[in-house]
Design a protein around this ligand. Structure first.
Ligand code: GLC
Length: 623
């Protein structure tokens, strides 16, 4: 591209973003002409560096900015070392991803972390280097470019709430450099930490109690929300904003399509609050989004905010942030409600929560839908939501779920563990792999074929749910072949204290071979997953831009929603129990589902009566 044309494009994109950018930065930092001009210079420099193939992609995505909403998109998530050893190994497994139908791949933290313990890589000491265990930046770029040629997108984690205490900014701060001390939250006495602490919660109460750490070497208290080695960045300092924009564009220029912005809820502190989900966080996210849209429009942002519904929705852009904030956000509530309904065999709470608190669609944004990930499950069920459903209370139900998924509740099919019990609040979360939580581990141990089948049906129902609910579905490595809890994590010194490693196994390629040969439960699951992904791609109504409306079919075993697509409505229907049930054909017809054609099972239902039978853990995509 000729250079004047390049400059022209840059100017057009600057004009497109200028208002969104300047208005959010002004709300954050006040009138600050110097900040805006420095930012523009930075963006122009990074745009100049941007390799031509990525500039081509920018143009393509300027024309189709909602590319990630397509029903063609399916995600797969893994730790590079656990999936393939290193980045060179990833190249050898691209065929596997294609075989599954995945075309969006999230490499779990892969930037250079501090030496272990490093919170699974979320304690980053250098944003510009690849974790040396996984390869070099050149290896990484070889992977992103190979994936781009196959039409696959790359997502990486960007931890922007904190750096490792060994990051060069932190090292300079420790050495007394005032400029860098202002990058963090450092206090000369414990007065302020104590005042903040009054309204803060603890994230890892068992491992890392409190939110501040005192360092006798330099006599300061430092804000450390997560672990002692993770120092919270001070986003009220515009220098931090400029630094991170530079980091983002550097990654974008290496071929990253999606940045997963880690722990965004915590980025702004306000005395007297829990310092989560503050309004300023939404301005920061809008400013970051508008900035990268100028210099790397092919890039999109995914927010990781694992919070209650009311706080979650704004991350996809509401009010003045509509269409201007994160493009993707994790729908942790869908995950929580799936597990809740399975355990209670009742969908009333799920229908209430998912039907009440969430908009039917978003502007230039959608959910990342998932059932399991690398983290624990926090039972984000509020007191109000519990109270809204007869027979349920928030605390009672949260306790029940924690017991159920730790396998402690009589008759539970699940095998899992309690994560970070908080003695003060009674809060308990759970660890465990999809398969083990869904009953496969216990069923295989018992050798009971009927139980094994039920566990697999639970999983396939969950996969079909996340593939159709509305959003970009994320399959977590190993779930497609039913990998069980990895009880060996306790033998790894750095992992033993953190039972999230129970569900972060090493990929079992021999199980994949069995699956390919059509053997064992792996074959049935893998076949089922491939079928669901293939069908998703064939059904235009499942694109994320078709609104999702949760409907109550009057049957407490069933969860259902309409996808209100231009092509006509599609009804997703899921039996969350192990018994047969039925729904009324006339009710379905009243919702515009006239033909009763199941686009997942690929057949037309012809019930003898008005009652349409639904199998145990049955799932249908009806039109
Ligand atoms: C996110 C990650 C989690 C990590 C935390 C702190 O929640 O998903 O694994 O412990 O951030 O970086």
């Amino acid at each position: 591209m000729a250079s004047d044309q390049n400059t022209h494009l840059f100017e057009l994109r600057w004009q497109r973003s200028e208002h969104d950018l300047v208005s959010s930065l002004t709300r954050l930092y006040g009138e600050h002409p110097d900040l805006i001009s420095r930012l523009k210079v930075l963006l122009a420099a990074r745009w100049k560096d941007r390799p031509q193939p990525l500039k081509d992609l920018d143009l393509a995505r300027d024309i189709t900015p909602d590319w990630f909403l397509s029903e063609q998109m399916t995600g797969y998530v893994f730790y590079v070392d656990r999936f393939a050893g290193n980045f060179k190994g990833v190249l050898k497994h691209l065929d596997y991803l294609e075989e599954m139908g995945a075309n969006y791949v999230h490499f779990m933290p892969c930037l250079k972390p501090r030496p272990a313990p490093n919170d699974g890589g979320y304690s980053v000491m250098d944003y510009r280097a690849i974790d040396p265990r996984l390869g070099t930046m050149a290896d990484f770029e070889a992977v992103t470019s190979a994936m781009r040629k196959r039409g696959m997108s790359v997502c990486v984690d960007l931890v922007l709430n904190h750096t490792a205490k060994e990051h060069e900014w932190a090292e300079k701060a420790k050495a007394g450099d005032k400029k860098y001390q202002a990058y963090y939250w450092m206090f000369g006495s414990d007065a302020e930490p104590k005042a903040y602490e009054k309204s803060l919660v603890e994230i890892f109460p068992a491992d890392a109690p409190g939110n501040f750490t005192f360092y006798p070497e330099f006599k300061k208290w430092v804000w450390t929300t997560f672990n002692e080695h993770q120092w919270d960045l001070n986003w009220s300092n515009p220098e931090v904003f400029l630094e991170i924009v530079d980091v983002m564009l550097n990654l974008a220029n290496r071929g990253v399509d999606v940045l997963r912005l880690d722990a965004v809820a915590f980025m702004w502190k306000r005395l007297g609050t829990n310092c989560q989900n503050q309004p300023e966080v939404h301005d920061i996210l809008q400013a970051l989004r508008s900035a990268t849209r100028v210099a790397a429009p092919a890039l999109i942002h995914k927010a990781e905010a694992i919070v209650a519904p009311r706080d979650l929705v704004p991350y996809l852009g509401q009010g003045r942030h509509a269409g201007r904030e994160a493009n993707l956000a994790y729908h942790n509530n869908l995950m929580v409600q799936y597990w809740s309904s399975l355990a209670s065999r009742d969908t009333a709470l799920m229908t209430h929560v998912l039907g009440t608190h969430f908009p039917e669609s978003f502007r230039h944004a959608c959910w990342a839908t998932y059932i399991r990930c690398h983290d624990d499950i926090g039972w984000a069920i509020t007191e109000e939501d519990g109270a809204a459903v007869p027979g349920v209370s928030g605390p009672g139900h949260r306790n029940f779920l924690a017991d159920f998924y730790a396998g402690k509740f009589a008759g539970s099919f699940a095998r899992g563990a309690i994560f970070q019990e908080n003695a003060a609040t009674g809060d308990r979360r759970n660890s465990g792999s999809f398969a083990s939580l869904a009953g496969l581990e216990a069923a295989l141990d018992s050798g009971d074929a009927a139980q094994i089948d039920l566990a697999m049906q639970r999983m396939l129902m969950g996969f079909a749910l996340m593939a159709s609910f509305g959003g970009l579905p994320l399959f977590y490595m190993g779930d497609e072949i039913g990998m069980l809890n990895d009880h060996t994590f306790t033998s790894v010194k750095e992992h033993a204290h953190d039972n999230r490693w129970l569900h972060r196994p090493v990929m079992d390629w021999s199980a994949v071979e069995r699956a390919r040969k059509g053997k064992g439960h792996e074959a049935e699951l893998f076949g089922g997953v491939k079928h669901i992904i293939a069908r998703r791609k064939a059904v235009r109504q499942l694109a994320a831009d078709a609104p999702t409306r949760v409907v109550d079919l009057g049957n407490g075993k069933v969860f259902a929603f309409l996808r209100l697509a231009d092509e006509g409505p599609l009804l997703g229907l899921f039996n969350m129990t192990e018994s047969w049930t039925s729904v009324s054909a006339s009710v379905l017809r009243g919702l515009g589902i006239l033909e009763l054609r199941d686009l997942l099972g690929e057949g037309i239902l012809t019930p003898d009566s008005d009652a349409v039978p639904v199998a145990p853990y049955g799932r249908m995509w009806l039109v």
